[in-house]
Design a protein around this ligand. Structure first.
Ligand SMILES: Nc1ncnc2c1ncn2[C@@H]1O[C@H](COP(=O)(O)OP(=O)(O)O)[C@@H](O)[C@H]1O
Ligand SMILES: [Mg+2]
Length: 257
């Protein structure tokens, strides 16, 4: 079933809520070496699709194949462990904790030593803590958020919170990264920074990224292939140039004032 070269495969996924069909027979694949964008008007089903990949929603039909797993059958709490990390359209962080603590919390899924053991047996638990700390410090440097490492996240400006959320996803050391409108609500400069981070992550870590984004210029600049959804239906799938020239897309989306 899985095609050579494809890293993640969405296979005939159907999701409905009562009479609302959020995803209607959706199929596409994501290769290891690409940034794959999902675009479409509000309500098109973009977030629902990410929710199916990350196990928040269970599609009624279809399969999502990733690294030997069918994510539609994988318990939700296992999905981060198999290597899927995401950010949310509405930022989801521990608002009362610092940047550092939010990133460290993400490392807990990798900690083999339970916390009681950490108190009692400082040997292996201590080594693990040092390793987690090093990984988190590298991410803080990389995302240029050292100046807010001890700041309470809830008090940070929106653009920085978005960056912390990206950091938290990276702290999971994912094999694939799902980003739901990471640049929404940002000014031009913040958007450019975020685009640069996304490209850097993709290059340095060599992981595929699935990106939902409304800023069409940005999407066309940084993605390799684009899926277009409209009312739960996939209306186009191709390179940015092909998508820009696609009549269905122009009608459904780009032509929208
Ligand atoms: N939990 C839910 N319960 C009921 N309807 C939902 C739920 N999640 C999404 N939907 C519906 O599915 C459709 C697609 O929504 P969504 O995936 O959020 O679109 P997008 O992210 O493209 O704006 C919408 O009609 C939305 O109302
Ligand atoms: Mg959405």
């Amino acid at each position: 079933m899985s095609q050579p070269g494809s890293f993640l495969q969405i296979n005939r996924v159907h999701l409905s809520f009562g009479h609302t069909i959020a995803l209607d027979d959706i199929s596409f694949d994501v290769r290891q070496d690409e940034i794959r964008a999902i675009i479409g008007p509000n309500g098109a089903g973009k977030t629902s699709l990410l929710n199916c990949i990350s196990g928040f929603y269970r599609p009624q039909e279809g399969h999502i194949l990733f690294d030997e797993h069918d994510l539609t059958q994988t318990p939700t709490h296992e999905i981060a462990k198999v290597g899927v990390a995401r950010t949310f359209q509405n930022i989801a962080l521990y608002t009362g904790l610092s940047t550092l603590d939010n990133l460290m919390a993400a490392r807990h899924i990798h900690m083999k030593q339970p916390s009681l053991a950490s108190a009692l047996y400082w040997g292996p638990a201590r080594r693990e803590e040092v390793k987690n700390r090093r990984i988190v410090e590298e991410i803080i440097d990389f995302l240029e958020i050292a100046h807010i490492r001890n700041a309470v996240v809830g008090a940070l400006p929106y653009g920085l919170r978005k960056r912390v959320e990206l950091g938290r996803a990276l702290a999971l050391e994912p094999k694939v990264l799902l980003l739901d409108e990471p640049m929404a609500g940002m000014n031009v400069e913040e958007k450019e920074d975020m685009a640069r981070f996304i490209l850097d992550i993709h290059e340095r870590r060599g992981i595929p990224i699935i990106l939902i984004e409304h800023d069409m210029g940005l999407v066309m600049d940084i993605s390799d292939r684009v899926v277009v959804l409209d009312f739960g239906i996939k209306i186009a799938d191709g390179t940015p140039d092909a998508i820009k020239a696609d009549e269905n897309v122009i009608r459904a989306y780009l032509g929208e004032a």
